[in-house]
Design a protein around this ligand. Structure first.
Ligand code: AMP
Ligand code: MG
Length: 320
């Protein structure tokens, strides 16, 4: 399914990044909006293009786990072992920030969030650029995350220098963010690497509380209650007996036993496979949002594996 990008395309895009421009590129999680992480002006352009508030720090992408030491002042044994086990992959580590990374990247925090993506073209692009790449998701702030190049075009097409099309993203939800800058690892955002996989490697981890009023101080900066949101209102409920009137769409893992006359239905996996569901989740949300509905009704996912990340995205899409 992945469209491979040619070295010529990647070389040109890397040149744009080196000269301070912005490039959207595929990763295994979602499409990223990249700029040179060592160039504060390039990073300022990322915030401007996304209309992202400056208090929401962005993730720095490296092409090789070895480069971790170039963006942090201290690689702890835990960080080293997690990087060794899970990179390249959908795990972001929050570590003490070195001076090579300007403060704007981290919204002035003394830490920086870092990962090595598993997508080969993404890593090749970063290698060719020759610098760490700051890259949040390539959508307008608060909107639905992009898992295809077309999603990026519709939200940011007129605002950035280049959009690389690598086909649909394999995982489909953002990386798991784990803060390893303190004495105990804390999961700040559930994502593409499951809690179970992490705990099998390093033992029990704390998960930060995530239900927060919009705009208020969060356990992680930028962890707002409303995010990943379609323009259409979303209700998350596991009881579909009493539904509001109007044109309703359904987002569900399985096909439910209900004879409601839905205007649009998105079944994420007929077999209930959470991996398949995650891969199609944001694209389904985009389609529901484009279907002219009065409301999207979403059924919660099981709270295990990738279900944790999916329920987190659903809750925020609903702004609850
Ligand atoms: P994304 O929009 O996928 O780039 O996600 C970035 C998210 O990672 C932010 O919204 C924060 O919640 C989290 N993050 C990034 N940098 C830091 C940091 N230095 N400390 C804590 N969380 C961070
Ligand atoms: Mg995002």
């Amino acid at each position: 399914m992945t469209t491979s990008l040619t070295d010529d395309q990647l070389t040109e895009a890397a040149e744009i990044l080196r000269s301070g421009g912005l490039v959207a590129f595929p990763t295994e999680t979602v499409y990223g909006l990249g700029g040179d992480a060592t160039n504060a002006r390039a990073v300022a352009k990322i915030f401007a293009a996304k209309q992202r508030p400056r208090f929401d720090p962005v993730i720095v992408h490296l092409s090789d786990p070895e480069q971790l030491a170039t963006v942090t002042t201290a690689v702890s044994p835990t960080a080293a072992s997690l990087a060794e086990t899970f990179w390249p992959g959908p795990l972001t580590l929050v570590v003490p920030r070195a001076d090579t990374i300007p403060a704007i990247v981290s919204s002035d925090l003394p830490t920086v969030a870092v990962r090595v993506p598993a997508h080969a073209s993404a890593r090749r692009l970063i290698t060719l650029a020759g610098c760490p790449i700051a890259a949040p998701s390539a959508n307008r702030f608060g909107g639905i995350s992009p898992t295809t190049a077309a999603h990026v075009v519709s939200q940011l097409g007129d605002r950035i220098e280049r959009i690389l099309d690598g086909g649909p993203c394999r995982i489909g939800v953002e990386s798991t963010v784990l803060d390893v800058s303190g004495p105990l690892p804390v999961m700040l955002r559930p994502g593409g690497l499951t809690r179970e996989e992490l705990e099998a490697a390093i033992g029990p981890i704390t998960v930060a509380t995530e239900h927060l009023p919009t705009g208020e101080a969060a356990p992680a900066p930028g962890m707002l209650a409303r995010h990943y949101s379609p323009a259409t209102p979303v209700t998350v409920t596991d009881t579909i007996d009493s539904l509001p009137a109007g044109r309703l769409g359904l987002l569900t893992l399985h096909r439910p036993a209900s004879n409601h006359d839905w205007s649009h239905v998105e079944v994420l996996s007929e077999t209930g496979d959470l991996v398949e569901a995650a891969a199609g989740f944001f694209a389904a949300l985009h389609r529901l949002d484009d279907a002219g509905l009065d409301r999207i009704i979403a059924l919660p996912f099981p709270d295990s594996g990738l279900g944790l990340a999916l329920n987190n995205r659903l809750d925020r899409a609903a702004g609850s």
